[in-house]
Design a protein around this ligand. Structure first.
Ligand code: RUB
Length: 312
């Protein structure tokens, strides 16, 4: 029986109380840790079965951010690889793996901040979309290192995650201007660099991120502004190497408008879109800066073990 912490985390992920790909992955790892700690399983098999069930519940909470299944995979693979069949040992392995995922993930965000900050200069006009911890780490690190630039932030309808970004950057002292999403092309002539986060990076280097990202990339290309994606390596999607497509979440229409006020009108609410690699100048990962074409190498390096066996 899945424990409270797992159901609670899954609910918070699907309602977006916990949101943003990195946070979703860390929350899933923390929920597995709680599940392992509180489990009453008497043998190793029973514990593994319980945690696999918990993993399935967590993964089903939201479909697009691969950080979620990658976090679950990280913890469960450690259990499956454990040589000991002693339940206490296995529980310990799960708790340690979950803690490690969270720690690695937070360090990756900081490292992306350090690496990405070098790509920003005094006088830059930057634009970002939605709310990404990786992007904020880059801009924060650049600002704290003394670089002076300004940032345009889109509102990011329908959930207005841009409001969060605008407040966070303003708190840091960075000059911020907020615009409606549809003002991007009007503003782009003044913008030097666009930086966004990612929920998934496909094997061909395409970046899946908040709805609207792909059209911002198109506009940036037209205006010859650089387009950067900041993404930890657990945002790279292993199954895309084997032909799977990244599932794009369609959320409740009521996030867009009250359907009751629009009789005879269908309302759609796709939450993410896909920016093709041709529109991406570089991807900033914690391992370094790569062109989108190198995504396949990251996937092979990070997840080759999972792809070449059935220990997923
Ligand atoms: C959030 C979003 C973010 C990425 C990266 O979408 O698209 O750009 O998740 O964020 P939502 P981070 O608000 O629907 O979850 O860098 O924090 O992982």
């Amino acid at each position: 029986m899945p424990i409270e912490a797992v159901l609670d985390t899954a609910q918070k992920i699907s309602s977006m109380e916990i949101r943003g790909a990195g946070k979703i992955g860390r929350a899933a790892a923390a929920a597995l840790k709680a599940a392992a700690e509180k489990s009453k399983a008497r043998d190793a098999n029973a514990l593994l079965t319980e945690l696999e069930e918990a993993g399935r519940i967590l993964i089903a909470a939201r479909p697009t951010a691969v950080s979620l299944p990658n976090a679950v995979r990280f913890v469960l693979s450690r259990l499956r690889a454990a040589t000991s069949q002693e339940v206490g040992e296995l529980r310990k392995a799960a708790v340690e793996a979950a803690g490690e995922f969270v720690q690695n993930s937070l360090s990756a965000v900081e490292r992306i901040g350090e690496i990405g900050a070098k790509r920003f200069s005094d006088g830059d006009v930057v634009l970002t979309h939605c709310n990404s911890m990786a992007v904020n780490a880059v801009l924060r690190t650049a600002w704290r290192s003394g670089k002076r630039f300004e940032v345009y932030v889109t509102e990011s309808r329908p959930r207005y995650q841009g409001h969060i970004t605008a407040r966070q950057l303003a708190e840091e002292g960075i000059p911020v201007t907020m615009i409606v999403d549809s003002a991007v092309r009007y503003i782009m002539k003044d913008v030097d660099k666009v930086i966004v986060g990612a929920d998934s990076i496909a094997a061909n280097g395409a970046a899946v991120n908040k709805i609207g990202t792909a059209q911002i990339a198109l506009i940036a290309r037209e205006a010859r502004a650089l387009f950067f994606v900041a993404a930890e390596s657990y945002k790279f999607h292993p199954e895309t190497l084997l032909g799977s497509l990244v599932e794009i979440e369609e959320r409740d229409a009521r996030e867009v408008a009250d359907p009751g006020e629009f009789e005879g009108v269908k309302i759609r609410n796709p939450a993410f879109d896909v920016t093709p690699p041709e529109y991406i100048d570089l991807i900033i990962t914690e391992k370094g800066i790569i062109p989108p074409q190198a995504a396949i190498m990251v996937i092979r390096e990070e997840f080759g073990w999972a792809l070449s066996s059935n220990r997923r």
